[in-house]
Design a protein around this ligand. Structure first.
Ligand SMILES: [Zn+2]
Length: 316
């Protein structure tokens, strides 16, 4: 699938943005979201990194099934505006999966909790994310630091952790060391599995979302050194790979991120059926043809460079 195939979706999203900017209802454009059709779809909420001049929201994705956004993967800055533009409902989210706790992957969590006050949500909302180390808190400690009754930055929302609200935000720490995969949910045909990946000194996870016999995999930020994504992504219908650096990157950037050749090798070894490149940053924007050449050395399947709002449908 190419970017072109999905351009109508982005046009609809862009139309929604235009309508919003003049204060009109975005209703008709939101209704045109291809991801709300029957079937299983990936919606890119944020295709960018942390920069403010890449004209993209930071990392965020939805997995849709039959008109419901069941899983939210990452929630970087701006991704919740895209969530709103997509017409997704907080009530439908069965799990939030965080790849790691960098700002460009987690900053919109408080915004979601606040927004949920105005929703009908009444079932607990699990947030699965990595364990911590000296550089980062564990996901549970992170959520406590945000909302905890005593010292949380937004302790006025602490009732979402204690069960005093209509639902409870339930943080779960998922081991981010070693190479073992961990199944965190298996319910109603939805299976969620993580593996630790190497993202410099930061605890990080890649995620696999299985719905029935379909699978979507999210690399998160990683550099390939842990050699775990190949196994997690084996046979997946779609792999979202974070494309944050060009091939020649070295040093800190290369310790954090995988170059195009590593993305291609992993996609090829895992025999994924579709590859979506996201977390696009200024250092790779405009160099798509070059990146694709490196990827094509190892992977021959469909490949697309993600845009915010874009919808990718899995074959039925
Ligand atoms: Zn990132």
């Amino acid at each position: 699938m190419t970017s072109k195939t999905n351009s109508h979706t982005w046009i609809a999203a862009a139309a929604a943005i235009c309508l919003l900017s003049v204060g009109l209802s975005p209703g008709p454009a939101v209704a045109a979201n291809a991801c709300t059709a029957p079937g299983i779809h990936l919606q890119v909420l944020g295709s960018g990194g942390p920069e403010l001049d890449d004209e993209r929201a930071s990392s965020g994705y939805l997995v849709w099934q039959d008109g419901r956004a069941r899983v939210l993967v990452d929630m970087g800055a701006g991704s919740l505006l895209r969530f709103e533009q997509a017409g997704a409902r907080i009530e439908d989210i069965e799990a939030i999966l965080l790849t790691h706790l960098h700002v460009d992957h987690s900053a919109d969590l408080p915004a979601l909790v606040k927004a949920s006050f105005f929703s009908e949500r009444s079932t607990d909302l699990p947030v699965y994310g990595p364990t911590g180390n000296r550089r980062m808190p564990a996901t549970g400690a992170f959520v406590q630091a945000l909302f905890g009754d005593d010292n949380g930055a937004w302790r006025y929302l602490g009732s979402y952790l204690t069960g005093e609200e209509a639902y409870r935000l339930r943080a779960v720490d998922v081991p981010a060391e070693g190479k073992e995969s961990q199944r965190v949910m298996d319910r109603d045909g939805l299976r969620l599995t993580a593996v630790p990946v190497h993202h410099g000194p930061i605890p990080a996870l890649a995620w696999r979302v299985d719905i029935g016999d379909r699978a979507l995999v999210f690399s998160g930020d990683m550099n390939g050194d842990n050699h775990t994504l190949e196994g997690l992504a084996a046979g997946a219908d779609l792999l979202v790979a974070h494309h944050a650096i060009p091939e020649e990157a070295r040093g800190v950037a290369r310790n954090l991120h995988m170059p195009p050749s590593v993305i291609g090798r992993i996609a090829g070894e895992a025999s994924v059926k579709q590859l979506v490149l996201s977390h696009r940053m200024r250092r790779t924007l405009g160099r798509e043809a070059e990146s694709e050449r490196y990827i094509r050395r190892h992977y021959a399947g469909p490949l697309a460079f993600a845009e915010d709002g874009q919808c990718f449908s899995l074959p039925k």
